[in-house]
Design a protein around this ligand. Structure first.
Ligand code: NI
Length: 173
């Protein structure tokens, strides 16, 4: 596995709509495992393939915190291929951050409960219900696949502009 570079918003690849995954082959599996490793190295809870420059519909999520000795498999690591939200209910305001928008957070309105359909690495079709942080994280990552990054969803437009300006002067170390 390898740690990949994470693109910083507003990189144009982050504004690109990702293409469906057609074949789940060894290349795709390697990319997915690299994404998990990259997410852990950056101490994130989710990563979309766009964020490492690959415009395919592939997302990884792990809500387990490093401090927890008990690793809850319900929290991850999850690998979602061609994920689609098939049902939504309610709304929730959540303070979000993003590995492509380092050091910044902002409130975003999301659906409170969702149903997600996706393919796993075996190509099996899976349907799951999600709420709270998992639902928010899935919606955030699926936005990436559609070329949308969280400041573009913020109701506070002046704060979103401040974040965009901050990113212009951000230099990746
Ligand atoms: Ni993000």
């Amino acid at each position: 596995m390898a740690i990949r570079d994470i693109l910083i918003w507003p990189n144009p690849i982050l504004a690109t709509k990702a293409e469906p995954v057609v074949t789940i082959d060894e290349d795709l599996k390697r990319v997915a495992l690299d994404m998990v490793e990259t997410m852990y190295a950056a101490r994130g809870i989710g990563l979309a393939a766009n964020q490492i420059g690959i415009t395919k519909r592939l997302v990884v999520i792990d809500l387990n915190s490093e401090e927890d000795e008990e690793h809850d498999p319900a929290l991850g690591p999850h690998i979602f291929i061609n994920p689609v939200i098939t049902a939504r209910e309610g709304s929730v305001l959540w303070e979000e951050g993003c590995l492509s928008v380092p050091g910044e957070v902002g409130d975003v309105e999301r659906s409170a409960n969702i149903t997600l359909c996706y393919n796993d690495l075996n190509g099996d079709e899976i349907t799951v219900d999600a709420s709270e942080l998992m639902a928010v994280c899935i919606q955030h990552e699926l936005d990436h696949l559609n070329g949308v990054v969280f400041p573009e969803r913020m109701h506070d437009r002046s704060r979103a502009r401040e974040i965009r300006l901050a990113m212009k002067s951000f230099k990746s170390s």
